[in-house]
Design a protein around this ligand. Structure first.
Ligand code: VGL
Length: 215
């Protein structure tokens, strides 16, 4: 895929947090999630801007469950929460931290902390609510800089990465999902996510070698 000048390209590290890796086995470990740092750093090298997001959840959130049968299952009343999950991404704990090798949040050009309210658990990083009414500012920030292309990676492919890529595509950005910089929770979830994303016009690439920088 041919890319424009770097200043029109942003790179997005979605929820690349230890909570979604085997470093935090009691939270929401995703196979290989701790290994994507180098791929995300390389991805950022194709872009003029680097954005990131973190899940930022209370252990008292309404969607918290310890029942393994409930994890990933719907059933919380209200429009802002779709599924139950174990406690994860709690500020002040190891799981909240970015995976090894990434910059600190303060070193990104733009950063989103999401899911702070007890009854809100958004997946996408562009809106605070599931109804996609309250912007986190990502889209407006990119538009203000006339960014046209967004390269996306992070955790997990089948939830927050998928939702963020769809939101960016629906906002009109040429959106590229870098599969070398993502890991998913389930194989079936990833297959379904990729199908949905491709139908929406998101370009998926297996490796960054498929990108051709501007001359
Ligand atoms: C995520 C499940 C629950 C994600 C967050 O970041 O993909 N998945 N919470």
């Amino acid at each position: 895929m041919q890319l424009p000048d770097k200043r029109f390209i942003a790179s997005f590290d979605v929820d690349a947090q230890r909570t979604f890796t085997p470093l935090c086995p009691d939270e929401l470990p995703v196979d290989g999630g701790h290994l994507i740092g180098p791929a995300l750093n390389r991805q950022a090298g194709f872009a003029g801007w680097r954005l990131g997001s973190k899940d930022s959840h209370s252990p008292e959130a309404v969607w918290v469950t310890e029942d393994p049968d409930k994890i990933g299952q719907p059933g919380v009343e209200g429009e802002h929460v779709e599924e139950h999950w174990p406690v994860h991404a709690v500020p002040g704990t190891e799981g909240f931290e970015l995976i090894p090798g990434l910059p600190q949040p303060a070193d990104y050009d733009f950063f989103v902390w999401k899911g702070v309210e007890l009854d809100m658990h958004p997946y996408g990083a562009c809106y605070h609510d599931m109804a996609e009414r309250i912007s986190t500012g990502v889209i407006e920030w990119l538009e203000a800089r006339e960014v046209s292309h967004v390269l996306v990676g992070g955790l997990a492919t089948d939830f927050c990465v998928k939702a963020t890529a769809l939101q960016l595509r629906n906002a009109g950005f040429a959106t590229v999902l870098n599969l070398s910089g993502c890991r998913g929770i389930t194989a079936q979830g990833v297959t379904e996510a990729l199908s949905t994303l491709r139908q929406a016009g998101v370009v998926t690439i297996d490796t960054l070698d498929e990108l051709v920088p501007a001359a």
